[in-house]
Design a protein. Structure first.
Lengths: 108, 869
């Protein structure tokens, strides 16, 4: 399996989608990220990342139902694919590897 | 629970987003935007929410989200093209009336613009056929006299010598002098010809086409004459080889000059030359004849043309030559400068020593008018096209439902417009040769399409192209933006925004029309003013004849014979016509003249009885009387002269100039001695019958024909060798204003056209308006509304529009016309009458529109309109 690089932002977005489980659409993702990370996320940057992740194969998407709100436009729900999950886990193991080898006295 | 929010995000931003966003992504992102917007409204208020919305959309403008712009390549392009063409063609014939009005209006508009282009091109090309024309100049001078500066092209004889020897930047110099018409007689007929005295370099500087003779030598013999082909044909009869005429003699009427031998023949001077002549005499003849003071620096009597070396800046030359004359005179200033040949025709008015335009002003005005006309015609086209849009609605709806893209529809409608415009363009081109003769008659020109050059053709084509672009785009885009769903459902309603846009177009049209109306009326009024102004002397019933040949010696006999005629009331003579006084002097001395002041005064040599012939009013003292022998040495001055001299009572005061001292015996009321563009100059009149060149006579009112017969008889008796020639003074006066006359008539033509077009624009709008509110009107009718109420309801919009147009246009028109009138020293007032008249006309058009409404409304069958509900 070829290793593709996962940027920091991309990783956080994937994690958020995983956390939100079945409720992962753009607005919800932004809300969650802003709350957890305490920083502003613009719709533009998020959407770009979402499409890119979908193209890379880390996410899939499907349309929700039509509702009266949102001017009748459907929501797009994202879910993390297996491929995406594997990438996330690989990243996580990498990090844990580092942490495991750091002695207490490394930080001054 | 979500609170229902009635606020909507900014529409334009939304449209922008929908435009750039990739269609696959658009839906859910838009939904997100809405949701965020609602939330922000609740949290931060509507204003902040809107800003956040805009910001969000801007952040979405990223390459990965933007749609791919593809030019959809149609496989069946040719089929579609032919289909569209067929459809457009059928549509044309289906609405014959509408198409006719549309095409007709456009064709007329384009044709007018093209005429103006031809006219402008002709004006701009005057004097343009000389090689090296940018190096050719005329020597002019600013003469300071008192407190005003007069500019003249008549300069001193010796200046040419100085220019030849001391100014190396000047390559060639040629003196010329306008020669009074010379009469030649070939034994059968007498002809009056116009020409110049000139030096040999005259043919070197300018590119006059020599048909026979040697340019370098033909003027060196003082008994020679160079003639035009036309003159040669008249005198010698037509011939195929003009070189045979070299050496032949011409009989003429100059007493002190011997026989003249033809030494050269030149091609007729083109009409586009501001310098016109049929013969050239060597200037040596002039030098010998007019030797009184020709060499003196105090006198100016020739025109000098020069050609500079390549690459010389004329300002540098101006600095060098400015004082050449001043060095040799001491009681007035005469600053020399050179004026480019190319400016002589269009740009040669001077006021107070500065260039103040000239005919070029008219060229610019007409260019603007051409543009305005094209615009008006385009706007008209746009309005009429969109007015019929409801009828196309179903077709558009179906096409869109089947899957036509907006761009395709745009293309289709532009194609239709182009077809119409193409037909109009062809019509316009065909119209031009038909109307050209009348246009030439109107503008006193000789425009022809024979040697039309590519630049003009390009301009014509761009007129067509511009029209197509302006007039075709808006209707195309408007029609293709219709909402297919709404149309097919039947709930289609034309938006208020589009109506507003079209209304502003009509306002624009009417504003321009109002401008044109006011302009035309003002010009017309000024012409009337000019025609009717009391100039201070009688114009009607006054005729004059040139005093030449034998008549000159036999003046007394002539005087007596004419006076004997019952149809002639008074006879006298003068040097020139009142409105062309050419002599002036600086050297007048009167009692109390401030030392060192230079004051130029015009001099008019006359004969006894002149003031009676001209019915001039004497305000002080008396006019000339034969009973007083000394009157031959006395002067009559005008009020302006008296004012400058500072006298309250001038009678008895002594005046001296030109070596003669005499008394002022009378003061005449000021009369206009030049065109009404100029102020009244001080004038001194003196009795000098032997200087006079014209006989003036006043006829009994209504007896002009008899008087002319008598004049001819006397002329034949006393001076048979000369052709009989006479002029009406009022005709001569009106000739001064030939260009203004032309402008006036052209302005009228344009205004009528603009009004016609604007009227049609209003028509289109009202059709559209009725259509739009068809249901509303029908319901009102059914409910029993009165005709009057309905008409008022619908037309009050238009009255407001027209009022707005009027209010907008009036100040602009006022400002422009004031500017034009200020060129005249004597002008009519820009009174309220003009504006009321313009308002009246616009009101008339409004009433006509309302009348049209009434008719249309009466015809509406409310049942039919409501049936589809």
């Amino acid at each position: 399996m070829k290793r593709t690089h996962l940027g920091e932002f991309e990783e956080v977005v994937l994690l958020t989608v995983a956390v939100l489980h079945e409720n992962a659409y753009a607005i919800a993702i932004i809300d969650e990220m802003e709350e957890r990370l305490n920083r502003a996320v613009s719709i533009g940057s998020l959407q770009t990342v979402l499409r890119r992740l979908e193209k890379k194969g880390y996410l899939t998407s499907e349309f929700g139902e039509v509702t009266k709100v949102r001017g009748g436009k459907r929501k797009k729900y994202f879910t993390v694919t297996n491929f995406g999950r594997n990438a996330l886990e690989a990243k996580k193991n990498e990090r844990m590897g580092f942490w495991g080898d750091i002695t207490g006295m490394a930080f001054d | 629970m979500k609170k229902v929010n009635n606020n909507i995000p900014p529409k334009w931003v939304l449209h922008f987003f929908r435009w750039f966003c990739h269609p696959d992504y658009a839906e859910d992102i838009e939904g997100d935007l809405y949701e965020k917007f609602d939330r922000n409204c609740q949290e931060y208020g509507q204003k902040a929410a809107k800003w956040k919305f805009i910001w969000a959309v801007l952040t979405l403008f990223k390459p990965s989200l933007i749609r791919t712009f593809e030019i959809t390549l149609l496989q069946n392009t040719t089929i579609m093209f032919r289909h569209n063409l067929k459809l457009s063609w059928r549509l044309l014939f289906k609405n014959k009336g509408f198409s006719l009005i549309n095409i007709g209006g456009l064709a007329m508009g384009m044709a007018m613009a093209m005429f103006i282009v031809l006219w402008i091109k002709d004006e701009l090309s005057f004097d343009g056929f000389h090689t090296d024309k940018e190096r050719i100049y005329k020597v002019m001078r600013h003469v300071t006299s008192g407190d005003n500066i007069r500019t003249s092209d008549i300069v001193a004889w010796k200046i040419a010598d100085v220019l030849r020897t001391e100014i190396p930047e000047i390559e060639k110099v040629a003196r010329t002098n306008f020669r009074n018409p010379m009469v030649i007689n070939n034994g059968e007929h007498a002809f009056k010809e116009m020409g110049f005295y000139a030096e040999a370099e005259f043919f070197d500087i300018f590119s006059w086409n020599l048909v026979a003779g040697n340019a370098k030598t033909m003027l060196s013999d003082p008994t020679s004459i160079t003639i035009s082909v036309a003159l040669a044909d008249r005198y010698f009869g037509e011939t195929s080889d003009y070189s045979t005429l070299i050496g032949q003699t011409i009989q003429h009427n100059m007493e002190d000059v011997g026989e003249l031998k033809v030494t050269g023949v030149f091609a007729d001077i083109p009409t586009q030359s501001s310098i016109q002549f049929d013969f050239i005499l060597p200037i040596d003849i002039f030098y010998k004849r007019e030797s009184r003071g020709l060499d003196s620096w105090d006198n100016s009597n020739v025109q000098i043309y020069v050609q500079t070396k390549k690459g010389i800046d004329n300002q540098a030359i101006n600095r060098k030559i400015v004082d050449i004359h001043n060095e040799h005179i001491d009681h007035f200033r005469s600053d020399l400068f050179i004026q480019p040949l190319t400016d002589l025709y269009l740009n040669s008015n001077f006021k107070d020593g500065k260039l103040s335009g000239g005919r070029i002003g008219y060229v610019r005005i007409f260019a603007i008018i051409a543009l305005m006309i094209v615009l008006i015609a385009c706007i008209n086209f746009m309005n009429l096209s969109t007015a019929r849009s409801i009828q196309r609605a179903k077709e558009i709806g179906v096409r869109k439902a089947i899957g036509a893209e907006k761009n395709r529809l745009v293309g289709q409608f532009m194609g239709e417009s182009f077809l119409l415009i193409l037909i109009a363009f062809i019509l316009a081109i065909l119209l031009i040769p038909l109307v050209l003769p009348s246009f030439n008659a109107l503008t006193d020109k000789n425009l022809s399409l024979v040697n039309i050059d590519t630049a003009t053709l390009l301009i014509f084509a761009s007129i067509g192209g511009l029209t197509a672009l302006i007039a075709g785009t808006y209707p195309a885009f408007y029609l293709s933006s219709f909402n297919a769903v709404k149309i097919l459902k039947g709930t289609f309603q034309q938006s208020a925004n589009s109506a507003r846009f079209r209304k502003s177009l009509v306002v624009f049209q009417f504003a321009m029309s109002t401008l044109l109306i006011i302009g035309t009326i003002t010009v017309y009024q000024q012409m009337q003013y000019i025609r009717n102004k009391n100039l201070g002397y009688e114009r009607a019933n006054v005729l004059y004849m040139p005093l030449e040949g034998n008549m000159f010696q036999q003046y007394t006999a002539l005087h007596q014979e004419l006076l004997n005629e019952p149809s002639i009331e008074a006879v006298s003579s003068a040097n020139t016509v009142c409105m062309e006084i050419m002599a002036n002097t600086h050297s007048v001395k009167w009692r109390g003249k401030p030392a060192g002041s230079q004051q130029s005064m015009d001099v008019l040599p006359i004969d006894f009885d002149f003031t009676e012939v001209m019915n001039m009013e004497i305000v002080q003292g008396r006019s000339y009387d034969r009973a007083y022998a000394r009157d031959s040495f006395n002067y009559v001055i005008n009020e302006r002269a008296m004012e400058i001299m500072g006298f309250d009572n001038a009678v008895g005061e002594e005046l001296s100039f030109w070596g003669n001292t005499g008394q002022i015996i009378g003061v005449v009321k000021d009369f206009n001695s030049a065109s009404l563009y100029a102020d009244i100059n001080p004038i001194i009149m003196l009795v000098r019958p032997d200087w006079n060149e014209n006989v003036f006579l006043r006829t009994q009112p209504g007896q002009t024909a008899a008087a002319i017969v008598a004049m001819e008889r006397v002329q034949a008796k006393l001076n048979p060798d000369f052709p009989f020639e006479y002029h009406f003074l009022d005709e001569t006066y009106e000739k001064l204003y030939k260009s203004e006359q032309t402008i006036s008539q052209l302005a009228l033509l344009f205004t009528v056209f603009a009004l016609f077009i604007a009227g049609m624009g209003l028509l289109g709008l009202s059709i559209f308006s009725v259509q739009r509110r068809l249901k509303e009107i029908s319901v009102r009718k059914v409910l029993g509304a009165e005709m009057g109420n309905l008409v008022y309801l619908l037309s009050k919009d238009f009255i407001v529009l027209i009022l707005i147009a009027f209010v907008v246009a009036t100040p602009i028109a006022f400002w422009v016309m004031q500017d034009w009138l200020s060129n005249f020293s004597f002008s009519t007032n820009l009174g309220l009458g003009v504006f009321f008249f313009a308002a009246g006309i616009t009101l008339l058009i409004t009433l006509l529109t309302i009348g049209f409404y009434a008719v249309k409304l009466m015809v509406i069958n409310p049942i039919q309109a409501l049936q589809s509900e």
